[in-house]
Design a protein around this ligand. Sequence first.
Ligand SMILES: Nc1ncnc2c1ncn2[C@@H]1O[C@H](COP(=O)(O)OP(=O)(O)O)[C@@H](O)[C@H]1O
Ligand SMILES: [Mg+2]
Length: 409
Amino acid sequence: METVAVIFGGRSVEHEVSVVTAIQAMENLDRDRFRPLPIYIAKDGVWYSHPEMISLVSFRRERLDMTLANAYRVHWDPVPGAPLTLEPPSGNERRGWFGKAKAKALEQVRVSAALLALHGTYGEDGSVQGFLELVGVPYSSAGVVGSAVGMDKIVMKSVFRGCGLPVVAYQWFTREAWLEQPEQVLDRLEAQLRYPLFVKPSNLGSSVGISKAQNREQLRASIEVAQHYDTRILVEEGVADAIEINVSVLGDELSARASVCERPLTWEQFLTYDDKYIRGNFNKSGGLARELPARLPEEVAARVQALAVEAFHAVQARGVVRVDFLLTPQFDVFINEINTIPGSLAFYLWEPQGMSYRDLLSELISIAQRSAARKARNQTDFGSDLLEHFQSGSKSSVKGGGSKGRPLV
Ligand SMILES: Nc1ncnc2c1ncn2[C@@H]1O[C@H](COP(=O)(O)OP(=O)(O)O)[C@@H](O)[C@H]1O
Ligand SMILES: [Mg+2]
C-alpha cells in the first residue's frame, strides 16, 4: 500500500475549488493500491492533516474551525528523502494516524507521491512543486518551469507565440506604468489593439479581476480593477462571438494524448467567478453544464486536439492539463490558456473514452513516479575542487581591502 499525499486548499482565490477537486480525487483513488493522506493548506498558508479531511463537510463554514482545531500540523523539511511529520493538536488523545492506540507526540509518514489538487497562486504556479523537488517526492503536476509558465498569462502567451501557436494579439504593462502614466498606457493599447479588449491580471484564475472593455472609458475602469490583483496586466483582443472549446491532455514529455473536446455551455460569452462557481449551472460533478463531446466538424476537433498537445509540450507540462481555446464562428482557432492543474483534474473529459477517474488518478501517480525516476538519473554533484583552490578575499575590494578578491567568472 502506498501513501499518497493529496495536497489542496492554499493561498489562492481558487481555494474552495481546490477543496472540491481534492475531495473528488480522494473519493476516486484506488484504495487497493493507495492510501490518501489529506494535506490541507489553510488560507493563511498553514499545512494541516486529519483523517476527516477526506470529506467535504469538514470544510463547510460552520465546521472548519473545529476541523482545524482537531487537525495535525504538518511539518516537512526541504531535505531529500525527509518524511513528513504530523504533530497532533496539544492535549490530543485521539488514535494515531495509522490506528495506534494513542497519537504519539509526533508521527512520521513517508509518502510515495503527492497528488496536487491546488489551483492558482502558491500551488499551481511552481511554488509547491519547487518544495516537492527539494524533498524529492514525485508529484502529479508539471514541474517548476511548466507550472510557472502555465500560471503567468503573459509569459504563457509569449511562449505559445514563440512556439508558433495561435494566440490573440496582446500587450502588457506594469502596475507602476499604469499609475504613473495612465493616458500613455491607454494611447499605446488603443494604437496597437482593437476593441473589444479583455483585461486580465497576469497571475490569477477563475476570472477574478478579468473584464471586457468596448471603449476607452471601460478600458480605464477594467485596468483599475485588474491592477489591484497583480503587478502586471495583460490586455488582449477579444474574439467576437467566441466558441469556447476545452481539451484535456494527459502524459509527459515523452508521450501525451488529447481527450475529447468539450464546449462549456455558457449563457453569456463571459462568466464571472460568481457565475462559474456560485450561481453556476452545476451538474452532478460539481461543474458547469457542458456539451461533451463538443459538436464540431471532425477536422476542427482534430486540429484543436493537435494544438492542445503542442501547447502541453510548449510549456513542458506533465500529468493532466486542460487547454482552453477560443474559436471564431468561422473556426479560426486561438489558444486562450493552459491550466496545469485543471478543476476536477479534468476527469470528465476522459470518461467518454472509457477511462475512469480511478484509472486517471493511478496513471497520474505513475507518470509522476516515472518522471521523478528519470530526473533522479541526472547528476547533481560535479566533484569540483574549486573550494580547495579559490581564495575568497571578497571584502570591499574597491576601498583597497581584499586585494585577493576576484570575480568567479
Ligand atoms: N480574448 C478573449 N476573447 C473572448 N473571450 C475571452 C477572451 N479572453 C477571455 N475570454 C473569456 O473570459 C473567460 C476567462 O478568461 P481566462 O483567460 O480563461 O481567465 P481564467 O484564468 O480566469 O480562466 C474565458 O473563459 C472566456 O469566456
Ligand atoms: Mg479560463
